[in-house]
Design a protein around this ligand. Structure first.
Ligand code: AMP
Ligand code: MG
Length: 518
């Protein structure tokens, strides 16, 4: 049933990783298994056996060809440098070829202590495991580069945090687990040779085109390429109202994939300074601070690469600085691209993103003023376009009760959008600007509506829903709500039958704090 693993990371020099066996668990049982991802990774579907999968993916009985290792890395946590972090509760089983032609690293997260565990138990509670499974698979379905979830296995053991909680192991799949912190670990030790090895690995795995460059140019080119991917990634996060929550340098991947779903959450009503993580007291990782933090993290990567960029320190600093400064413009361009798509705009009428960016940000300001739901407001833009198209969907106002409509002249789609705003003065001013800009797109209203629905999801894993399904799994041993939510969030652009999954939380349902679960 299991395909055979390769061991590129395990073959790296000893100082870059530690061999470490999983600690067996008492009663492994499969909670969820990602059959479509497994198929892409070459698993034999016909031979699928949930008992065997649970044995292997809990770490109790590894295939003979597996050499588990924990990777060494360092990192800035909330701005403070920690010279040794490393995989304290994750073990890399090896790599598998994916159907797309690339390699994937397969990791067990929560499989017991490793030489990098410090004071930790090496375990993961079921709540964070289910959260990561749901959110990472939702992100993938939303088109965001991300690590994936192959399986979650219950261990049958308790994990002690504030209270005892059931333990679980997540099987995480990534194009690699190289982080900014991996480079920092070796830079802090003056280990230039290891840094060269990491540059070569990152290029081979993630940016193979750069392998064509003369060797001396590759470190700077790698930095520029990572800047480009992170600039795009953060724009995608922002376009979904996603707040990562713990953008430490050890959680910033060279691949440009989203990694480490600790206290992450999607915001409901839009306020740019929103933070969920209970430990992010100063809002370092707030929604609107994410680009600046990504740039800060990339500057830390740049520092590690300086000796490889140029033997002349001054020249190296100059080139690296330029690459890091370019983040701002590259991110802005990506952000404009995201906002354009969310507003249904394809045609670029000007080389710079200026006007469309301003239009998108004006809608965000209106949402902020109106405390409007981020996801729902964007999704309802498509309804506005159905207005005035006879025969198009969009509920007509109640006949005979015109007094109930806020403004009798407006269409029902517009009324639905407005309904989500506590104050709508700014929205009122914005809508004609948007209509005027849409008129310059050569597309029918129906085409525009289709575009909008393909760019703006109906369903995201809302925090209160995620909490609800986790509680059901823990308190009632009931996985059905988890499965139901997973099915909806992995088809995020389709309107689900269950309206509850689309709706923002009622006031008393709001979940405003999240925890990393470490
Ligand atoms: P994270 O907050 O998940 O990015 O983890 C930060 C660091 O703490 C990493 O080195 C993790 O491996 C380590 N860590 C987190 N949770 C545990 C745990 N339960 N046991 C051991 N190490 C852990
Ligand atoms: Mg981490």
């Amino acid at each position: 049933m299991f395909p055979s693993f390769s061991h590129h990371y395990a073959a790296l020099p000893d100082r870059m990783r530690a061999e470490s066996a999983p600690t067996p668990v008492t009663e492994p049982s499969l909670i969820v298994f990602n059959h479509s991802l497994a198929q892409a990774l070459g698993f034999d579907a016909a031979a699928f056996d949930p008992l065997k999968a649970a044995e292997v993916l809990s770490g109790n009985r590894l295939p003979d060809d597996v050499r588990p290792v924990a990777a060494a890395y360092a990192g800035h946590q909330f701005g403070n440098f920690v010279a040794q972090l490393g995989d304290g509760r994750a073990l890399l089983l090896g790599e598998l070829p994916h159907a797309d032609g690339g390699l994937r690293e397969v990791q067990l997260k929560g499989a017991g202590r490793t030489p990098f565990s410090r004071g930790g138990d090496g375990r993961a509670p079921i709540g964070p495991v289910l959260r990561e499974y749901l959110v990472s698979e939702a992100m993938h379905a939303l088109g965001v580069p991300t690590t994936r979830a192959l399986a979650a296995v219950a261990t049958g053991e308790s994990v002690f945090r504030q209270l005892p909680e059931p333990g679980a192991v997540l099987t995480r799949v990534a194009t690699s687990h190289l982080r900014v912190g991996t480079f920092q670990y070796f830079a802090a030790r003056g280990d230039k040779e290891a840094l060269e090895t990491l540059v070569a690995l990152a290029i081979e795995r993630h940016y193979p085109d750069l392998g064509e460059l003369p060797e001396s140019e590759r470190p700077l080119a790698l930095l520029e390429a990572v800047v480009g991917r992170q600039a795009a990634l953060i724009a995608q996060w922002k376009g979904l109202g996603f707040i990562h929550g713990v953008m430490n340098t050890d959680n910033c991947a060279l691949s440009g994939e989203t990694i480490d779903y600790g206290p992450c959450a999607f915001m409901d009503n839009f306020h740019p300074a929103t933070v969920f993580s209970s430990i992010d007291e100063r809002g370092r990782y707030a929604w609107d601070n994410q680009p600046a933090i990504a740039q800060w993290n990339l500057a830390r990567l740049a520092e590690t690469l300086l000796p490889l960029i140029d033997a002349d320190q001054e020249r190296a600093v100059e080139q690296a600085t330029r690459a890091i400064e370019a983040f701002s413009e590259r991110h802005e361009w990506q952000w404009a691209r995201v906002l354009r798509a969310k507003l249904g705009l394809c045609q670029t009428h000007e080389p710079s993103p200026g006007a469309d960016l301003a239009l998108g940000e004006a809608l965000l300001d209106a949402m902020d003023q109106g405390s409007a739901d981020f996801t729902l407001s964007f999704r309802r833009l498509a309804l506005v376009l159905h207005d005035g198209e006879p025969g198009e969907p969009g509920e007509p106002g109640e006949p005979g009760e015109p007094g109930e409509q806020a403004e009798p002249t407006q269409g029902s789609g517009e009324a639905a959008l407005r309904q989500g705003f506590e104050r709508s003065q700014m929205l009122n001013a914005w809508l004609p600007r948007w209509r005027e800009r849409l008129a310059r797109e050569s597309a029918s209203s129906a085409e525009l509506a289709t575009r909008l629905e393909a760019a703006n999801p109906a369903v995201i894993p809302r925090n209160h829903q995620v909490e609800r399904v986790i509680r059901a799994a823990i308190d009632d041993d009931d996985l059905a709500p988890f499965e139901h939510l997973l099915a909806a969030v992995t088809r995020p652009f389709e309107t689900p039958d269950d309206d509850a999954l689309i709706a923002p939380p009622a006031r008393d349902q709001r979940v405003l704090r999240t925890f990393c679960g470490t």
